[in-house]
Ligand binder design. Structure first.
Ligand code: ZN
Ligand code: ZN
Length: 369
C-alpha cells in the first residue's frame, strides 16, 4: 500500500502521538504509527499538532462586492483554514457569479444565501421586503446544492429599516419549506429587540455576533449578568456563534458569559479585507487566541472550529480526523509568547499562548503557512 500523503510524528491537542494517511483526497488511516510508504511524507518530529481542517463559518469572500469582500485563499489556506462559509454576502441573483469564482479557490468555499436577493450590495438589504423572494432562494438551493448550505438574515437596525421582525419570520418560513436548512441570524443594534429575535429562533439556528458589546446584546450592563432571555435561547439550543467582525466581539461580554457557563458553540471571524488587514480580526487563529484568554481550553476551541461547525452546517464529510472523512487537516503549533489582543471595542487582553498554523492541507494537497 502506497498512500498519496503520510503525516508522521504528529500529535493531537491532547498530546497523543498521531499519524495520518491520505489517498485520493480522503483520510484512509489514522494510527499512533503507520508503517506503509507514501508518495509524499511530512515528518513533524513531534513538534506540531494536527487537527481536522479549521472551518470558519462566518466570512465574506466574494471579491466582486464593495462593502464586505475578500479573497477565499487570503482568509483560508494562507491562514490555516481549509473551509470557509460565506455568510450572506450574496443572494439568489448574484450567488452563481460568486460560485464561479469560489470553485477556483484552493480553500473549500460554501455559502449561506442572503434572503435578500442581491445580498449585501447595500447595507439595508432587508429594508425592502420585495427583495425577499422565496421562490428565488429555493431555485438556487436546487441549482447549487453542494455550495449553498443555508440562509442568512441580518436582523439589526441599519439592515431592516422599518420592517421589525418580519424579515426573520420570512426567513423562518423559507427554512421550514426547505428541509429545515441551517439559518444564521446576525444581531446588532435595536430594533428589533434581541429578546424578540431570540423568541423567533429555534434549536439549531445560528446566532452570530453572540458576544457583541452593544446595548441590544446578551449582557445586562446594570446587573453585570447575562440576560434571562439569552439564557433561555441558549438552553433551547440556539447555536451561539462568535462572528467577531469589526464591531461584534467584546471581551467583557465573552468573559461574563464564560463565568456563568455560557460558551459559544462555534468560533468564527466575520472576516473581510478591511478587518483582516487593519484588525481587530486579522485571522481565525487570532480569534481562537482571544477565546483562550477568555478561559476556553484549547481542545474545546479546536472542536469549535472543526467538528462543531461541520455538524451545525451539515458538512458531513468534514470536521473530524477519521477514516473516510475529507483529507483536510491543519497542522499548527502552540507556543508561549506575548501578544496584545484587541476586541471590537478597543479593549485589550494579553495572550500568553499563541497558536500558529504551519501547514494547511486541503483534500490531501499541502500548503505551507
Ligand atoms: Zn453581521
Ligand atoms: Zn458578516
Amino acid at each position: 500500500m502506497t498512500y498519496d500523503l503520510l503525516i508522521k510524528n504528529g500529535k493531537t491537542i491532547d498530546g497523543e502521538k498521531l499519524e495520518i494517511a491520505i489517498s485520493e483526497g480522503k483520510i484512509v488511516k489514522t494510527a499512533v504509527s503507520i508503517a506503509e510508504d507514501a508518495k509524499e511524507i511530512i515528518d513533524l518530529n513531534g513538534a506540531a499538532f494536527i487537527s481536522a481542517g479549521w472551518i470558519d463559518d462566518h466570512v465574506h469572500c466574494f471579491e466582486k462586492m464593495t462593502l464586505y469582500y475578500d479573497f477565499p485563499d487570503e482568509i483560508g489556506v494562507k491562514k490555516g483554514v481549509t473551509t470557509v462559509i460565506d455568510a450572506g454576502t450574496t443572494g439568489a441573483e448574484n450567488i452563481h457569479e460568486f460560485y464561479d469564482l469560489a470553485v477556483q479557490a484552493r480553500t473549500n468555499v460554501y455559502a449561506l444565501a442572503n434572503i435578500s436577493k442581491w445580498g449585501i450590495v447595500e447595507q439595508d438589504e432587508l429594508a425592502d421586503l420585495s427583495k425577499i423572494k422565496e421562490d428565488l432562494v429555493r431555485k438556487v438551493l436546487q441549482e447549487l446544492p453542494d455550495f449553498v448550505i443555508g440562509i442568512k438574515a441580518r436582523m439589526s437596525k441599519t439592515v431592516i429599516g422599518e420592517n421589525g421582525i418580519t424579515p426573520l419570520e420570512m426567513a423562518k418560513k423559507i427554512q421550514k419549506d426547505n428541509n429545515n436548512l441551517p439559518l444564521m441570524v446576525h444581531i446588532g443594534s435595536a430594533p428589533p429587540e434581541l429578546d424578540e429575535i431570540l423568541a423567533n429562533m429555534s434549536e439549531g439556528d445560528i446566532l452570530t455576533h453572540c458576544f457583541n458589546g452593544k446595548p441590544n446584546g446578551i449582557l445586562d450592563k446594570n446587573t453585570g449578568k447575562i440576560k434571562d432571555f439569552a439564557w433561555a435561547a441558549f438552553k433551547k439550543g440556539v447555536v451561539f456563534d462568535i462572528g467577531h467582525g469589526t464591531d461584534s466581539f467584546n471581551f467583557e461580554v465573552a468573559e461574563t458569559a464564560f463565568k456563568e457557563g455560557m460558551l459559544a458553540e462555534t468560533i468564527s471571524t466575520d472576516i473581510y479585507i478591511r478587518n483582516r488587514e487593519n484588525g481587530p480580526v486579522y485571522d481565525l487563529a487570532t480569534t481562537m487566541e482571544k477565546l483562550r484568554v477568555v478561559g476556553y481550553e484549547w481542545a474545546d476551541i479546536l472542536k469549535k472550529v472543526t467538528a462543531a461547525p461541520a455538524e451545525k452546517f451539515h458538512l458531513n464529510s468534514k470536521g473530524q480526523l477519521k477514516e473516510g472523512f475529507d483529507g483536510d487537516l491543519t497542522i499548527f503549533t502552540i507556543e508561549e509568547g506575548q501578544k496584545t489582543l484587541t476586541d471590537s471595542n478597543g479593549f485589550t487582553r494579553e495572550a500568553k499562548e499563541l497558536i500558529t498554523p504551519v501547514k494547511t492541507i486541503v483534500g490531501g494537497v499541502v500548503y505551507d503557512n
